[in-house]
Design a protein around this ligand. Structure first.
Ligand code: C2E
Ligand code: CA
Ligand code: CA
Length: 855
């Protein structure tokens, strides 16, 4: 600190005078001295106190000498200006230079004004608040007050000034201002309305948003406005009508709520406003207003969407659920709950697990697929209902739901009842492997089963027999009674075949009247023949077809693994070959496969080829068997019977090649040839000897028979009355109207029609009424068994009918005199048989007749 104290007090500048020394004066002097010392001390104490005050209060003072334009500082000033090193008295301009460059000019002019006595400040001083610049660069703000000091003449001598460091004050003022601004900005930027009310119930602070939300003009809501008035205004507008009652109470009473309060109300314009009231410790109240219209609308929309979704979810006809990754179902709709068997479609409160599969590994497979694929499509499984445990089939689709990071959180899925679908599928599968008519396995399942049985026998030992069955004369039944009856017969036979077997044996229908049976077994194979016999017996029993009895037989071919073939195919083929042989050997019988049979079948195919060749090359011939009248033994004519002289095999019987010719269609050509040949032959016979020609049912099926007959007659010149056509019942069994029409036309030409093989068909007697035959030929089997009552009765009945209808009755196959005698006694009119003449070439036959006639 500066040593001297330069503060020039006006009363101190003129120091007390020192007087000359004498005693009294000396005493006085001493007193004065002491007084002075005391004064000095006091002054110093005051100065010290002054300096301390300046120090503590951060102010200082100065005095500007107007005459010298110098300024004397106190220590306080030096401290404020940060210039303790400066002299206590310095030129005024130097002092002014200590101010902040931006303020220097202002300070200078204020001082100049004051020193020039032009100051408008009271007492000719000055006053300013300016910034100064400390040597270390710090800027401080000072408030300066100057006061003019005048001499007795009134001239301005000096200006005494006080300088106060107001930097902190300015800063805090600044901060306060900034805070205020920030608060104002915040208030205005707020989405909420805010009104702050003082304890005097007057508005202290509010923002524009509050005015907007409450729809108040600034005349009503402004700083200082009475909040009671504001509230009244709102109440008059009916703003509080929809406020909750507890809020209304104090709103209308006009008091403040205790504690923080909030309520929501719908304003008259429909917007929704939330008001929050927070009492302040100082006794005031802060009200905030929030527009909830959009939020509430959004919430309502969300609620409605949620309700829509829930409705969709709950009312879906298929099951929908959400499950944890471990399968625990957290949400399920009614359909799923119902599927699980929960009454009323209510899901149990504790939830349930997704695991309900009948197959134990199914659940793991389901979850595994979800894990690896992320979804499961059309996962069809048999499941057990949770409630009741009933088994049903379901088709499931499921997918994994992931969070934002792609981590699986749960899975969702749909479950549809697939029981019906599965049932339909099973039905389709069953149909693909079963015969619709009989319900028996079809060819496909038969083949699968046979392969499986063979594999089993190969593994475990034993044998497997295949029995190929073909119904005899089924076609005739079908043709006679119609297809529905044929179907009924097939069903009966199927069930009889089934019944003749035991558990583990299988019967299949391969198509038409073909059946096949699989017999697996061990040890001796004697059982096979026994089964075959049982089957023949069962199938051969008459079948009742709506009151009419029909009888079919069955022929069976048998092949046994491993003896007759190694594979299913070979085995079946060989059983089929054995079947041909069984049919050839008179039907209604069975044959085991033998290695030569394959050749026989091959031969059969070759025969057909040969037959074609023979038709062309004239390998066929007609033999003639005579027919005699029983009354007088006179020859009536001859039956023409086909003979085939095979170039290699020799003579082949018609019983063997006629069916073959019928199957292949060659019968048309062969039949036409026979007609021509027979007519050509017969025209040379004497008298009115007739020729009988056999006509197959197949020939009737094709058009052209009538034409063929006419050509034969025309070509030969044989009178129509000498031609007789022998037809069997099977001809009439076909589309009988057409056939009967054709027969009538033939008969109209004069051709005679005979019913051949009478008694072997099914409804012989009924046919007799449908067409006026010229002749009935009783089948050989009746003549053979004529001693038996049934056969005798049939013969008697036919004869009776023939007499009444004027038909000739021929007994066929008479081999003995006894038979001849009997048929004569029964009333047959004609006779034919080995006893009276075998079929033989025309010349011999003629010779025989001539000889007999001569005899
Ligand atoms: P079917 O019309 O009943 O002819 C009579 C068959 O009985 C002939 O056999 C004949 O030889 C045989 N027969 C005659 N008397 C006796 C007898 O006293 N005892 C025995 N055991 N048999 C006797 P065949 O010639 O073998 O003819 C067999 C069948 O072939 C015929 O039976 C006929 O249905 C058919 N057939 C023959 N020729 C023709 C033809 O030209 N056309 C057609 N469609 N079928 C023919
Ligand atoms: Ca005949
Ligand atoms: Ca016959």
């Amino acid at each position: 600190m500066t040593a001297s104290r330069p503060v020039p007090h006006s009363d101190r500048g003129a120091a007390a005078p020192v007087r000359p020394a004498h005693e009294a004066e000396a005493t006085e002097h001493r007193r004065t001295e002491a007084h002075l010392v005391e004064w000095e001390a006091r002054l110093r104490a005051i100065e010290a106190a002054h300096a301390m005050a300046e120090h503590i209060a951060a102010f200082g003072h100065w005095r500007i000498d107007v005459a010298t334009r110098t300024i004397a500082w106190s220590d306080g000033i030096a401290r404020i200006f940060g210039r303790n090193q400066e002299r206590a008295t310095l030129p005024l301009d130097t002092h002014i230079g200590f101010y902040h460059p931006d303020d220097v000019e202002r300070v200078r002019s204020a001082m100049d004004e004051a020193l020039a006595g032009r100051s408008r400040t009271l007492g000719g001083g000055y006053e300013h608040r300016s910034r100064l610049l400390r040597p270390d660069g710090e800027v401080r703000v000072v408030a300066v007050h100057g006061l003019g000091e005048h001499d007795d003449a009134g001239r301005l001598v000096s200006v005494f000034g006080v300088c106060l460091d107001v930097t902190e004050l300015v800063h805090s003022e600044q901060r306060l201002r900034q805070t205020g601004e920030a608060m104002r900005a915040t208030l205005e930027a707020m989405d909420q309305g805010l009104v702050m009310i003082g304890p005097d119930d007057r508005v202290q602070v509010h923002n524009q948003r509050a005015r907007d939300l409450l729809d108040l003009s600034d005349e009503v809501l402004h700083e200082g406005a009475s909040f009671a008035a504001v509230r009244r205004h709102l109440a008059e507008r009916g703003e509080f009508r929809s406020a909750p009652p507890e809020a209304r109470e104090w709103l209308e009473r006009g008091g403040f709520p205790t504690g923080i309060q909030g309520y929501e109300r719908r304003r008259p314009d429909g917007t929704i406003l939330e008001t929050q009231l927070a009492p302040m410790a100082s006794g005031g109240l802060v009200c905030t207003y929030t527009d909830l219209t959009e939020r509430r609308q959004g919430e309502a929309a969300l609620r409605s969407a949620e309700a829509d979704y829930q409705s969709l979810f709950q009312n879906a006809v298929i099951g929908v659920y959400r499950a944890r990754l471990d399968g625990g179902i957290v949400q399920a709709n009614r359909a799923l709950a119902r599927l699980h068997g929960y009454g009323g479609g209510l899901m149990p409160a504790e939830g349930f697990n997704h695991d309900w599969y009948v197959e134990p590994d199914r659940h793991t497979a389901f979850l595994k697929c979800l894990e690896t694929e992320g979804h499961v499509e059309d996962f069809v499984s048999e499941v057990r209902r949770h409630v009741g445990g009933e088994r049903i089939w379901v088709a499931e689709t499921a997918w994994v739901v992931r969070d934002a990071e792609g981590k699986p959180v749960w899975f969702e899925g749909t479950v549809a009842d697939a029981t019906e679908r599965k049932r339909a599928q099973a039905l389709i599968e069953h149909m693909a492997r079963h015969d619709a008519l009989t319900g028996l396995p079809n060819r496909r399942l038969f083949q699968e089963t046979l392969s499986r049985e063979i594999d089993g026998a190969r593994r475990d030992g034993g044998w497997v027999a295949v029995l190929c069955c073909d119904l005899d004369r089924f076609k005739a039944v079908n043709d006679t009674f119609g297809h529905p009856a044929g179907d009924a017969l097939l069903r009966v036979v199927a069930s009889r075949l089934r019944g003749a077997l035991r558990e583990g044996d299988g019967v299949a229908r391969l198509g038409g009247d073909e059946f096949a049976i699989i017999l697996p077994g061990r040890g001796g194979a004697r059982r096979i023949a026994a089964v075959a016999r049982r089957l023949i017996q069962a199938a051969g029993r008459p079948v009742d077809l709506g009151g009419r009895a029909a009888t079919v037989g069955v022929s069976i071919g048998v092949a046994v693994w491993p003896k007759h073939g190694d594979s299913a195919d070979t085995l079946f083929k060989n059983a089929d070959i054995a079947l041909y042989r069984a049919k050839d050997s008179g039907r209604n019988t069975f044959r085991f496969y033998e290695s030569g049979m394959a050749l026989a079948v091959a031969t059969r195919n070759l025969l057909e080829i040969d037959m074609r060749a023979s038709i062309r090359s004239g390998g066929f011939a007609l033999h003639y068997q005579p027919i005699f009248a029983l009354a007088d033994g006179a020859p009536q004519g001859f039956e023409a019977l086909l003979r085939w002289d095979h170039p290699v095999h020799g003579s082949i019987s018609p019983g063997a090649f006629i069916p073959l010719a019928e199957e292949s269609g060659l019968i048309t050509q062969l039949g036409a040839w026979a007609l021509h040949e027979a007519c050509r032959e017969a025209v040379s016979w004497p008298g009115d000897l007739r020729v009988a020609v056999n006509v197959s049912a197949v020939q009737f099926r094709k058009t052209g028979l009538e034409h063929s007959v006419m050509r034969a007659l025309a070509a030969s010149g044989l009178p129509a009355g000498r031609l007789e056509l022998e037809i069997t019942e099977s001809v009439l069994m076909q589309d009988s109207d057409a056939v009967i029409g054709s027969l009538h036309r033939l008969r109209a030409m004069g051709v005679r029609i005979a019913l051949d093989d009478f008694g072997t068909g099914y409804s012989s007697l009924s046919y007799l009424c449908r067409f006026p035959f010229d002749k009935i030929k009783i089948d050989r089997s009746f003549i053979r068994d004529i001693d038996e009552p049934v056969a005798a009765a049939v013969v008697r009945a036919v004869v009776g009918l023939g007499e009444r209808l004027g038909m000739a009755i021929t007994a066929e196959g008479v081999e003995t005199e006894e038979q001849l005698e009997r048929v004569r006694r029964k009333g047959c009119t004609e006779v034919q048989g080995f006893l009276l003449g075998r079929p033989q070439p025309a010349a011999q036959a003629m010779a025989l007749v001539a000889g007999r006639a001569a005899a």
